[in-house]
Design a protein around this ligand. Structure first.
Ligand code: SF4
Length: 280
């Protein structure tokens, strides 16, 4: 069996910066708390916790020390509460996420009704919505028909959203509103991985996508591979691989989500190789 690996593997630059900042913070102090998991990757989360990173569900549960802001960012109100409690803030919000906040605020200042495309329960989307109070959140193209009336609508999108679905939503909105100004804020890394998922999936029988089960961008990659006709398996690590997935398979693809460390992809590749000799 030949294993074809996507060119883009391992952490995206935003997650790499976040992990580096978290590692630096916990190396020098033992009072750093993050809200939710720093990255959508259970192995990395455990490693950081073992080295002293604390975890809380709400800023209300953090009374001292430093609040670590992960790549997704945090809602404006949480920053304000943290400041009012005297917490130090270590802000590792990904610059691409900050750019979405800035674009949404600019559109609002220009008089557009704001629509944020994405999962309303995703922390990044919650953060973006907090920057433009009163904005609509659109999760799927079916939501467009249910939106209230408006004339000028400004649209931004979750950094890891599916490119095709975003285009469908923008098309549906353009048919409904007089003016739609859409800024494609899907980040470069997500764009590159989605393009590679499509290209690679056309060449393989089976695609293995490595990433946390809660990772939106990893889920989209697996969906994209399936849409190209490849059988896709979304796994968190090598232990989930099953030999029978590769029965009769000549070429298997391997790619990862933005929050998957490179060493984990290598471990998955090694286990895949053990199922069948690699053809050179
Ligand atoms: S996926 Fe994109 S927006 Fe999210 S952390 Fe990575 S580079 Fe930043």
């Amino acid at each position: 069996m030949e294993i074809r690996k996507a060119r883009v593997q391992g952490f995206c630059f935003g997650v790499a910066i976040t992990v580096k900042k978290a590692e630096e913070a916990i190396a020098s102090r033992n009072d750093v708390t993050t809200l939710g998991h720093v990255v959508h990757n259970p192995q990395m989360v455990t490693s950081l916790q073992e080295r002293g990173l604390k975890n809380a569900q709400s800023v209300d549960d953090v009374d001292a020390g430093a609040l670590f802001v992960r790549a997704h960012g945090l809602p404006v109100e949480v920053f304000e509460t943290a400041k009012s409690k005297g917490l130090e803030i270590i802000d590792a919000t990904c610059p691409m996420v900050t750019k979405i906040h800035v674009q949404a605020e600019k559109l609002k200042a220009d008089g557009y009704k704001i629509a944020v495309v994405g999962d309303p329960n995703h922390p990044e989307v919650k953060g973006t919505l907090s920057h433009v109070p009163g904005a609509w959140c659109i999760e799927t193209v079916d939501d467009v028909a249910k939106l209230p009336r408006a004339s000028r609508v400004g649209v931004v999108v979750q950094s890891t959203y599916s490119r095709e679905r975003f285009m469908d939503i923008v098309r549906a909105m353009s048919a409904r509103y007089y003016e739609v100004r859409a800024v494609n804020t899907i980040c470069t890394d997500t764009n590159n991985r989605q393009t590679e998922a499509i290209t690679l999936a056309k060449q393989v029988d089976v695609m293995v996508v490595v990433g946390g089960k809660t990772s939106a961008n990893t889920k989209h990659l697996a969906e994209l591979a399936e849409m190209q006709g490849a059988k896709a398996y979304h796994i968190e690590g090598p232990d989930e691989l099953q030999a029978e997935w590769f029965d009769g398979v000549k070429i298997a693809g391997l790619m990862s989500g933005a929050s998957t460390p490179g060493w984990l992809v290598d471990a998955v590749e090694k286990k895949m190789e053990s199922f069948a000799p690699v053809l050179v």
